[in-house]
Design a protein around this ligand. Sequence first.
Ligand code: Z16
Length: 807
Amino acid sequence: MTKEEIKKELRQRLRDTYALELEDAGPVELFYSLGGLVKAVSNEKWQKTWKNYLTEGQKQVYYFSIEFLPGKLLKSNLLNLGILDEVRTTLADINVDLEELANVEKDMALGNGGLGRLASCFMDSIASCGLPGNGNGIRYDYGLFKQQFMDGYQVELPDEWLKRGNVWEIRRESKACDVHLFGNVYMKRLANGKLEPVEENQTTVRAVPYDTGMIGYQNGIVNTMRLWSVEIPVSEEAKYHNLGERRTIEDLTAVLYPDDSQESGRLVRLAQEYFFVSAGIQSIIRYYKKLNLPWHSLSEKIAIHINDTHPAMCVPELMRVLMDENGLNWEFAWDITVKVLSYTNHTIMAEALEKWPVYLMKRVVPRIYQIIEEIDRRYVMSMQGIHPQDLIQRTRLLQNDQIYMAHLAIIGSHSTNGVAKIHSDLLKTIVLHDFYVVYPERFNNKTNGIAERRWMQLANEPLSDVMDELITDSWRKAPQNLKLLMNYQNDEIALKKLREAKLVKKEELASYILETTGIQVSPNAIFDVQIKRLHAYKRQLMNLLHILKLYFDIKDNPEIDLTPRVFIFGAKAAPSYSYAKSIIKVINEAADMINNDASLQDKIKVVFLPNYNVSLAEKIIPAADVSEQISLASKEASGTSNMKLMLNGAVTIATLDGANIEIKDAVGDDNIYIFGLTEKEVYNYYENQDYSSQKIYDEDEELQRILDAFIDGTIPNIEFEGQEIYDSLLKFNDEYFLLRDFHDYARAQEQIDHDYKDAVLWQKKSLANIANAGGFSADETVKAYAEDIWQIEPIFAHTEKEGTTNG
Ligand code: Z16
């Protein structure tokens, strides 16, 4: 597209939709017009892509996820279409700033954290690798809540992301389907002696899909993310004269449950899970029938992935559709189901592993419950004489009136994977060991990855430009090529360029911090970043304990030689997670105390940025010097912000947990700061039951002073929260071993303080992190899923642009 064509198109759209001339349009009209233009460009490729899949009979994967977290799409779409630079300069010609337009777009925040963002990185990578893959999820009217602080407390506001409409989606009413909930079911004996389920008194809702194009990186591919929204079917309108009942139905896709790594256990959540699973499975089977192939070929054309247990009802729902709606017998349907499905586990935290009470499942989806019972019965039967009775009992689906959703997903699929090496090993050796005994061949690892296009090319243009200059732009298509940067480890000019690029992003973040919080920070200070959901196991509190240590150190010795540091936090707490909210409150109060104490001479500052989301991550990550990955060993399945920060040249301070271990292996011991208990040591404490935080406290004056600050008025305004936290660390024996890891953490932090003073030394470490981040590209991750689990192949449609381009 030429500049003139872009301008002409924009003019036309502004006239058609808004009756405005280009000169008179504001950012909102310009954004929607540009969005429409981008959509028109990608629609042509979208149509070609799906027609191509259909005619070529390509095997496709459907990634079922109750969360997707794409963030903003305008610049990502422009980049992937290869027209970012052209559009930017064209707009500049007419005095319009692309950034201002891009900011009009609301974040699409239909996810909580790591799991949802991973799904969106995968969507980007699947399309960019030319793989035939689709997303399947829920179009929530309200995404993850907007976070504000009032008096240091988290306040949640609704996320009205659809208020001005969504340019990217296409409502496809013709592809809608019915989903049945509630009612009752009984088995009727037919004349031929066979049993047939009869369902009665069901509530029927309409699932309407909204499709969004997932644009591949300059390869002509556009895949589909299909999100379902609930509606009352026209045929049922008459039944809903009662407004309350109507509202109950409409509530189904109204809001995203705001819990990350914690289950909610509510009826509406269960209905949400079934709703998008049933709609997705039905639309896949409808598509398959168009191919006119025998049922036994289903697994040659279709793979369905279960992202965490939320979509685990794929197992009984696929069975139901194959048997009840298409007449297959149990054995045949089961064989197909296991071949088609695969499952990813994202956590070993007990409170996050879904278990649904039988009475709820019976009530919400009675036929599905019947099938679950039968799966359980057949599983137990088939294992008799093969495995010991106690193992069979521990692995069955139904236990003490609950349905274990992870068991359902494992038994009903051919592959179960963890998301980092240590996590997959823990699944095999401890958490799911029984299943590993039963199905050793089903277990595998797929370490998470990130879409380097968003997290480097879009988020960090200054660094991207330096990379182009040093190693050419081949890394943009092949993130592995970032490795070439290693040749510049001893090149002082290159190191200086990298340092300057970092400074640009730190200055931008400093301005943002000043605007949003009024806190003045120096871009020359160390920017130390911990950004992730607020959770006890992630140990944001330990970070605060260390900050308080520094606070007392400076108070005791105002002349102390500390490298100035800004501690930056971003974190939302689940609204029902009161302990996490208390931690937010105490960080905010400690921040206030520290930031307003002139005697500290700006040696340390603490900034808690509100409303951490994808867009804010894009501002913080490029500006980070230090990446805090300090979860208790064994608890963080993988982590993905660790990879994004590494890619942007932050140096990691970490426990040997999740993907931190693989990051350490990639960068080498000199380029990461490791501390703390190992996973084995943690498990030893569990076995021996000999951890005493009180004992550590009693023998440690420094920790006494820090912990007492929570209850003796040192930190103001935290009477209640301070006591709660103090008790969690002493009375309740410090569940996540903060006191045990504290000194080793402080030691690692002191080393950082020391090393940062040597600018060249530090920049070398930073360089090694950037250079070795290519191994964590989600492109590599999805290729491994494609080969090992989904058995799908890339299609090489047409590469529009030969060679590489940095557009
Ligand atoms: C989630 O975000 C994660 C796990 C889970 O069971 C539920 C949710 Cl909503 C996270 C893990 O905590 C994190 O370690 C991992 O990197 C991420 O999922 C993606 O795998």
